[in-house]
Design a protein around this ligand. Sequence first.
Ligand code: ADP
Ligand code: MG
Length: 686
Amino acid sequence: MLDTDIRYSKGIGEKRAALYAKLGIATVGGLLYHLPRGYIDLSAPYGVLDAPIDENCAVKARLMRKSPEQRIRDGLSVFKLRAEDPSGVLNITMFNSKYTVDHLDLDREYIFYGRVSGGFTGREMNSPAIYPINGTERIVPIYPTTAGLSSNMIRFHIKSALAALPELPDPIPADIREKYALMGRKESLRNVHFPEDLQQAVCARERFVFEELLTLCCGLSILRAGSKIRRAAVIAPVDMRPFYGCLPFAPTNAQLRAIADIIGDLGGGLPMNRLIQGDVGSGKTLVAAAAIYCCFKNGRQSALMAPTEILAEQHFATLSEFLEPLGVRVGLLTGSVKAAEKRRVKDAIASGEIDLAIGTHALLSQGVEFPRLALAVTDEQHRFGVNQRAKLSAQGLSPEIPDDSRDVHVMVMSATPIPRTLSLIVYGDLQLSVIDELPPGRKSIDTFAVGGDKRKRALAFVRKALDEGRQAYIICPLIEKGETDTGLRPAKEYAQLLSKTELKGYKISLLHGKMKAAEKEEVMRAFSQGQLQALVSTTVVEVGVDVPNATIILIENAERFGLSQLHQLRGRVGRGTEKSYCILISDSKGETAKGRLDMMKRTGDGFALAEYDLKARGPGDFFGQRQHGLPELKIASLSDNLDTMKKAKQCADEILIEDPQLCSPKYTMLGEMVRELMGRVGTSPN
Ligand code: ADP
Ligand code: MG
């Protein structure tokens, strides 16, 4: 059946099973769900002259000549073929293909599938796949392959496996298939691998896209239901004047709107579940502070979690400054806080002496009890997995808490503008407040995208800023050289190099995720206090760090980052009153890379950048490195299949009303698939 080890499948065995493992395929089911990434349509081939150049396509021509085998060197032999049609000549080169070439007949028509280039004496094609004209197959699937496993071989194995398969139960019951016009499972498998025409292939594929998205939607809903909040403490509106009076500036209208949304939620008796979405620097921290103050005045505790220690420490500093004068007692709890201090903070949280606890994941860990927790704020939410968020909302479910106030109000702050459709799916019923206004006086950041040949000039520009008393970030895509040379600039080496050359004599330091928390903190503190002039860093500075005197950020191998990530990084500067600059260095000549960096130059609008990235790279990269906490999808793509996603979501809702846990016989199979998929959630912040 589907979970049979692939070794026992016809024609495979140990050796090939090892190759299949490279493709992530271990079972017959995995093999059958290895869907083609495209199809060759042999039914409508091009003529030699009208074949598009530099694109894979099928060309029909008559084979007129075969050269004898030419041995170029050991292990490499070449054949030259000449094929023709009335429009022109196609010169074909085949490598190490004695067997194939021997079996080709002269003066017979074939279809050659490959990339055509415009040669001097005619059109050319290298190593095409060759199909006889009168073959029975009209549509040939192309599979993702690995060395030693060709597309044709995979196709053959799938054919055998499919033939050996008995009746196949379908995780999507017949009534639902009918309603959503979906093909049955076995039929879909046959049609996706061996379609009679492209239309059939498309329909079959659609069924698997639907199946995967349905599984995802069910999984997310069940996960959400597990942490389902019923009631929460009523946090009455309070006089906010003392709070505003303590601020060093007047809140923007957008901030005031978000705060009003929150205060409305908190007082309603239902648990708040709100996403505060605001571009980098829009002042989300202040909004959180207002919510925390309101809870404090109601005699309740709050917790705030940040994705990194540096950020938690910074929030601790900022929020202490905002709130301590108002009587709020703030505590910090991160991995690097010393054991004794940790004990003290935990005890103080437990005894209710601390009104606001700030930390990283440590806040979620066992042994931290909040007797009066009412509000949980998560900063830069997308860096947390779905699981962690579920855990967080469950945090308030402590038995000592009176029944009417069991659950926490949840507030999530994110600078990543998530397209509405996607956020509905990922975050379900989250309410949304958008802070669409930056605090006054911000100057726009000038962005440049340059090649590596301009590096010296860029660094001279950095020196000039440092000489004027400003500070700079220099960002590298990785910490140190790995085993293979990726051609990327590692932060460690670059910091050393710069300190001996371009930035000799300047106070510079290294910062990266593998440093001990205390070291990082020390470096970050020195930088924010101006004792360091430049920071050579990985993306650990990406989120939230606030050093207004830093006016330049130079990003190496900029093509390696997602646009949202670049936007976040760029948001590290332009926080003070001085003019700020972002310099993107990239040697990539690719059109996509260029287009993306160009987009960075053109707009400072995080939302536009996110949409662009979503289209160009898909949601996997959308939040940086798969940090959205969603399981990895194998077939569907959230950006390409949004319409199907909507249908799948509706279908999931209907199914879950019928069977909330998917445990009835009708849905056990779907339930298993849901568990398998959700088990693939495995993301952690860098
Ligand atoms: P983010 O939304 O990126 O988390 P922060 O909360 O870190 O933004 O705020 C960015 C900077 O703007 C901080 O230095 C903060 O003190 C400042 N700021 C926030 N709100 C205002 C305001 N209404 N007027 C002026 N400055 C503000
Ligand atoms: Mg922030």
